[in-house]
Write a protein that binds this ligand. Structure first.
Ligand SMILES: Cc1cc2nc3c(=O)[nH]c(=O)nc-3n(C[C@H](O)[C@H](O)[C@H](O)COP(=O)(O)O)c2cc1C
Length: 172
């Protein structure tokens, strides 16, 4: 099996992160992987907003706790979040986001970093308490946050993925 296949088959979602920050050179590569994902009609109308630093992460977390009425919500406390936003009228925003997300997940995994998709901002990004924070981060008002990458080093080794069975059909 080649290295790319190996990387795809061993990636897992991680929900417990060490506090140490991702190296900038690794972050740049992960973002580049996202930027080079396909997008419908090659529109590339997305924005990747990197959120780091305890103050910024806490500000967003507190707004989300309020929005979700859940004082324990914490994005799994990674040292870095990448918000993937896109213009709300783009009917392919979520498909484009999916491509960018998986590219970033695989790039991160290849660099020994861990990720998980965080979904909640897509439903809360237009609530006033959350939008105020997004405005402060420079997410355009015309954008919705389609998905978020939680990024950091895994606290524990990744378990092997379960084998996939019964979902491929051949018609030949
Ligand atoms: C569209 C989408 C939304 C997801 N949202 C969340 C989420 O909000 N929180 C979370 O912990 N995992 C989330 N996940 C991760 C999935 O739970 C995970 O990919 C799945 O359980 C398979 O595990 P694996 O990634 O380790 O193979 C999401 C994944 C996708 C594709």
């Amino acid at each position: 099996m080649n290295e790319i296949m190996q990387n795809i088959l061993t990636r897992r979602s991680v929900r417990a992160f060490r506090p140490d920050q991702v190296k900038d050179e690794d972050l740049e590569q992960i973002l580049q992987a996202g930027l080079y994902a396909p997008s419908a009609m090659n529109r590339q109308t997305w924005q990747f907003t990197v959120v780091q630093g305890e103050d910024h992460l806490q500000t967003l977390t507190k707004a989300m706790q309020k929005a979700l009425n859940n004082p324990n919500y914490n994005f799994y406390q990674p040292p870095t979040l990448i918000l993937v936003s896109n213009v709300r009228e783009n009917g392919n925003a979520f498909a484009d986001t999916g491509c960018a997300m998986e590219n970033m997940f695989l790039a991160a995994h290849s660099l020994g970093l861990a990720t998980v998709w965080i979904n909640q901002l897509k439903d809360t990004c237009d609530l006033p308490e959350v939008r105020r924070v997004l405005d402060g981060f420079g997410v355009p008002a015309s954008h919705i946050v389609c998905a978020t990458v939680a990024l950091g080093y895994a606290k524990e080794p990744l378990p092997a993925a379960r084998e996939r069975v019964g979902v491929v059909k051949y018609v030949r």
